[in-house]
Design a protein around this ligand. Structure first.
Ligand code: NAD
Length: 540
């Protein structure tokens, strides 16, 4: 039997909940016609399929056809053809398509959210962040297109006689390899500036969340982007990822540091550029003058949004000694008050992890810490009664360097608390390790917090907020220092990475060699005098 999803009538048709009185879990399924329409967009001729299952109830959602290396080549060939025509369109036309996408995403957000929740298991309120973020990105780049991409006049070597302009030329076809944790936004948001700059895209989303990424491709076409401009291939990264790196003119990768390293090597071999958005072990600092209610509320979102499966989420909290006990009391109470649930409706504060692999990693990190002497202040165990991959939001104290979760990214709902005496020590400990993605500082003295931020080796620092302030401020670049990444998304840097810089100089009247019968020696003297004069005149 099928019924409309109770959470969002009009979204993809799903079943469930089957017996809500006695079983808090639900059983959901997508209509086969719906998934067939989405998977038809794939370039995939291997004849094999991969099953996508929902982490809400471990029920199968779809069988996704898999791509071969030949399919990847085919996808690039189509994308190249489409890109030639696209790069000749007017910038205003491309920007208008982005603004139409903005509206379309807001109109179809319930369907988008349904699919994200079904595929990833995340709480509905965290799924909402995805269409929100993509719509913001579409509007930002749609409205600022000229600011980033218009040709710029520069001063020429001979004032008035050398005219110089710098053009932004599209790279060509961009390969985008994306992870499962934000399946809609990660599949789409990095590609929007690439399209605006005149590129085509070949996307390889993570196998666990292909449907959300395919819906993204459908929405692009409906917004007016040419069909072949955005190709999607499916398959395990280690099998077809290399075929993307081998053909792309630029690679945008989001995922683990280990895979990022492989991508960087492949790109170096071909002398093509890449941006890498990688992992983190992000620190949150609670200074002694922090508003503790705000800090505790922020720490819950910082640590447990999307069950901690968020590159910018906090896994280490450093608290000033003077306020440690009062902060911890509030943080633990708020965490214990969270509503946990593996359902599609609004109201849950946290959903399950996405997979058995994630559950195994999180369990192993907590068990290792506890075995070595860490104390569990709340949480600490799996909750199979709520869903197959559920793990409670967990706060640890007494974590030491010999424990795995001290320096290694857990990528789950586990956070460690540390006490500090002086701020310089807190900053040094926050900077420990190889990562440098995101940090957060809670203090009522904004100037002091901003001054401390300059010493933190992270690409983004949020003051009195967990991560959303930087992540949603699209005019500012976002990305990691050290092993958390290379390059930046968002802002000018987020779009200029997809362009080549071309300088065009037009010379008038004089040339750069002796003229009017002048000897080489006289020419050298005239030029030397000219250099001295230009410096005196204050020219750059
Ligand atoms: P992962 O590196 O295993 O996979 C990410 C993507 O890379 C997937 O599409 C996968 O299929 C593909 N892939 C895997 N091996 C490949 C290979 N050899 N060649 C080409 N592609 C390959 O990452 P994951 O564990 O699935 O994702 C979680 C990680 O991603 C975490 O470390 C998290 O911090 C990071 N992440 C970072 C950001 C950011 O913006 N910095 C955002 C989201 C996730």
């Amino acid at each position: 039997m099928s019924a409309q999803n109770p959470a969002s009538p009009g979204g993809p048709v799903v079943e469930g909940p089957h017996d809500p009185e006695h079983d808090p879990r639900a059983s959901y399924a997508l209509e086969p016609e719906y998934t067939a329409a989405l998977t038809r967009r794939l370039v995939a001729t291997s004849g094999t399929t991969a099953e996508v299952r929902s982490p809400l109830d471990d029920a199968p959602l779809a069988h996704v056809p898999q791509s071969t290396e030949g399919d990847v080549a085919d996808a690039f060939a189509r994308a190249r053809k489409a890109q030639l025509a696209w790069s000749r369109t007017r910038l205003d036309e491309r920007a208008a398509a982005l603004l139409r996408l903005h509206d379309l995403i807001l109109e179809r957000q319930e369907e988008i959210i349904d699919l994200i929740v079904l595929e990833s298991g995340k709480a509905r309120k965290h799924a909402f962040d995805e269409p929100l973020h993509v719509a913001l990105t579409a509007r930002y780049y749609g409205r600022t297109a000229h600011q980033h991409l218009d040709s710029e006049r520069k001063s020429g070597v001979v004032p008035g006689l050398t005219r110089v302009e710098v053009n932004r030329v599209p790279k060509g076809v961009v390969g985008i390899i994306s992870p499962w944790n934000y399946p809609f936004t990660m599949a789409l948001c990095d590609g929007l500036p690439a399209l605006l700059a005149g590129n085509a895209v070949v996307a390889k989303p993570d196998a666990q969340t292909m449907l959300s990424a395919l819906l993204a491709a459908e929405l692009l076409e409906q917004a007016g982007f040419p069909k072949d401009l955005w190709q999607v291939v499916a398959g395990p990264g280690p099998e077809i990822g290399g075929a993307i790196v081998a053909r792309a003119d630029y690679v945008c990768f989001t995922g683990s540091t280990a895979t990022g390293r492989l991508i960087a090597k492949g790109c170096a071999e071909r002398l093509i550029g890449c941006s890498l958005e990688l992992g983190g072990k992000n620190p949150l600092l609670v200074l002694r003058d922090a508003d503790l209610e705000k800090a505790a509320e922020g720490a819950v979102r910082a640590s447990f949004s999307n069950s901690g499966q968020l590159c910018v989420s906090m896994e280490r909290i450093f608290v000033a000694d003077q306020v440690y006990d009062r902060f911890v009391e509030r943080f633990v109470a708020r965490t214990q008050a969270m509503t946990l649930g593996a359902t599609m409706d609004w109201g849950n504060d946290m959903g399950p992890l996405i997979s058995q692999q994630q559950l195994d990693t999180v369990t192993a990190h907590v068990e290792d810490a506890v075995a070595k002497g860490a104390r569990v202040l709340t949480g600490g165990k799996a909750r199979p009664d709520l869903g197959p991959y559920f793990f409670e939001p967990t706060i640890l104290e007494g974590v030491t360097p010999d424990m795995t979760c001290f320096g290694k990214e857990t990528f789950g709902p586990v956070v460690s608390l540390y006490r500090f005496q002086d701020e310089a020590d807190a900053v040094a400990r926050a900077n420990d390790g190889q990562y440098g993605l995101n940090a957060s500082i809670y203090s009522q003295d904004g100037d002091r917090a901003r001054a401390i931020a300059r010493f933190i080796k992270c690409g983004t620092v949020n003051i009195n907020e967990a991560f959303a302030a930087t992540f949603a401020s699209l005019d500012a670049p976002m990305g990691g220092m050290r092993e958390s990444g290379m390059g930046r998304r968002q802002g000018s840097e987020g779009i200029l990475r997809y362009t080549e810089t071309q300088s065009v100089a037009t010379q008038r009247l004089i040339r750069f060699s002796p003229q009017f019968g002048m000897s080489d020696e006289t020419y050298a003297k005239v030029m030397t005098a000219n250099l001295r004069l230009m410096k005196k005149l204050g020219r750059a």
